[in-house]
Design a protein. Structure first.
Ligand SMILES: *Cc1c(COP(=O)(O)O)cnc(C)c1O
Length: 480
């Protein structure tokens, strides 16, 4: 069994095993002609349930054969140009290389004595990101598992900085289309059920600053304490960017912590042409960035950045066995002092190798391309009488709905759109997402693949229309 332990004696076994795995994945990528096979839960579960976990196969080739059957063949492939659903990007090769290195060396980024250079590399990338945002000389931050954790940590800091001891009085103001992790965070932070105040959005799904100003004043009048405003730079559903300069101005006037959730919009930090769309982000007290959404990084890769490094102390606890106080005096760097996690992956290595191979401009160029693609897709949709499209894209998301000429009952149109999405998924020809707009069922493309073309978009729109029409034909038959 020791031959399976990775060490100096097994280096050759390691090379062979990993190479075999890489070969399989490479072959898969080269031959995948659809983003999904359309496999159903009922078809796949018995294959996975039938495997006896107490009877190992022992041999890498046999294990990979089995993996083909239970996973690789039917996985959902984000690299495919017709995967248009969620905020999943195709990944860049330098980052995948980083993933292989980081799990083999297996550094843990909590302490210097478990990572050494890893800690310093992460710190450089935190500083690099903070500088791109423009957070100023006192900025700091830490890598996290994702935007959800970044938002939670930012709101923890905001809560600790708030001038109130009564959790019931605290309020978080955020737009009605902000990410649900804001509500989860409020719950985890012990705030009351009414803590998150939803600010209405305008026609373009951007927070209405007049409504925000009104709510801030109302809070003060009612003896409540606005603990944070969470502005979204790239909403999950629409890619809409809240008016950051106006929001920052209001936060400054009311002395309220401004958190900018740029989990999606952070790609603009590297943009060559559209950086100005997130102007104002430099005035935030904290910022969430998800490199695994718009920097073409594999899951997970995310960070939370803060304007004032001192605020990170709210996440600091000392343990004799890990990060005793004396280490601060000895100036030994510890990322665990800034993190909600203890043992933590060296995700930063992926971004490091990406920047050292392609540079930030390389990432920005790819992200600009998907923003341009979304604009072209929007034009297609706007000119297509079969579709209603809601918001002109600020990033790379399109939200639309099939509207048949002959059917006017909104509920029936909802069902046709839902059916089209499901039928498309079952066919495996393309994967699209769905959402509701003003209570009605819409469909969504999240375009993060520069390999997707306008021809792909046009083809998928035809497929959707075909499925919807088929459904309506069937259901009209049934009604008659
Ligand atoms: C995806 C997303 C999150 C959550 O990020 P995870 O990495 O999925 O945890 C938070 N905010 C916004 C706006 C997002 O789009």
């Amino acid at each position: 069994m020791r031959s399976h332990l990775l060490n100096g004696l097994t280096a050759e076994h390691y090379r062979r095993s990993v190479t075999e795995g890489v070969e399989r994945v490479a072959a898969k990528l080269a031959t995948t002609d659809r983003p999904f096979t359309g496999v159903t839960v009922d078809a796949l579960s018995p294959r996975i349930d039938a495997i006896d976990l107490d009877r190992p196969l022992g041999d890498t080739a046999a294990v990979l054969d089995e993996l083909e059957d239970v996973y690789l063949r039917d996985a959902v492939y984000f690299h495919h140009p017709r995967y248009l659903a969620h905020l999943n990007c195709p990944v860049v090769i330098p980052a995948v290389l980083g993933e292989a290195v980081l799990s083999a060396v297996n550094s843990s980024l909590d302490t210097w004595d478990q990572s050494a250079g890893g800690t310093l590399i992460e710190r450089r990338l935190v500083d690099w990101t903070a500088a791109r945002i423009g957070l100023g000389p006192a900025a700091d931050g830490v890598f996290t598992s994702g935007g959800t954790q970044s938002n939670l940590q930012a709101l923890l800091l905001a809560r600790e900085e708030a001038k109130s001891d009564s959790l019931a009085e605290l309020r978080i103001l955020t737009s009605e289309v902000s990410h649900f992790s804001v509500q989860k965070s409020a719950k985890l932070l012990g705030l009351g059920p009414d803590a998150v105040v939803a600010i209405p959005v305008d026609h373009d799904k951007r927070m209405q600053t007049v409504a925000l100003a009104h709510e801030l004043e109302r809070c003060t009048k009612d003896g409540l304490v606005p603990m944070a405003v969470v502005a979204t730079a790239g909403s999950t559903d629409f890619g809409s960017i809240d008016p950051l300069p106006e929001i920052a101005e209001l936060c400054a006037r009311h002395g309220v912590w401004l958190h900018v959730d740029a989990a999606y919009g952070c790609g603009l930090l590297a943009s060559l042409r559209y950086r100005d769309r997130i102007d104002g982000i430099e005035r935030a007290d904290s910022v969430t960035v998800d490199y695994h959404k718009s920097f073409f990084q594999p899951v997970s890769s995310s960070a939370v950045l803060v304007r004032d490094a001192a605020t990170l102390r709210h996440a600091t606890y000392h343990a004799e066995y890990l990060n005793p106080r004396r280490m601060v005096q000895e100036r030994i760097p510890n990322q665990v002092d800034k993190s909600l996690q203890t043992t933590r992956r060296f995700d930063a290595l992926k971004l490091w190798l990406t920047l050292r191979t392609m540079g930030a401009d390389g990432i920005g160029q790819l992200f600009d391309e998907v923003c341009d693609l979304a604009r072209e897709g929007w034009k297609l949709l706007a000119a297509d009488p079969r579709y209603d499209v809601v918001v002109e894209p600020s990033l790379s998301t399109l939200v639309f709905r099939y509207i048949p000429a002959a059917v006017t009952a909104p509920a029936e149109i909802d069902r046709a759109n839902l059916h089209a999405r499901k039928a498309l998924f079952a066919s495996g020809d393309a994967v699209v997402a769905g959402t509701k707009v003003a209570g009605r069922q819409y469909l969504k493309f999240t375009l993060l693949n520069p390999e997707t073309t306008t021809a792909d978009i046009a083809a998928v729109l035809d497929l959707i229309a075909g499925h919807a029409e088929q459904y309506l034909g069937v259901s009209l038959d049934r009604a008659s």
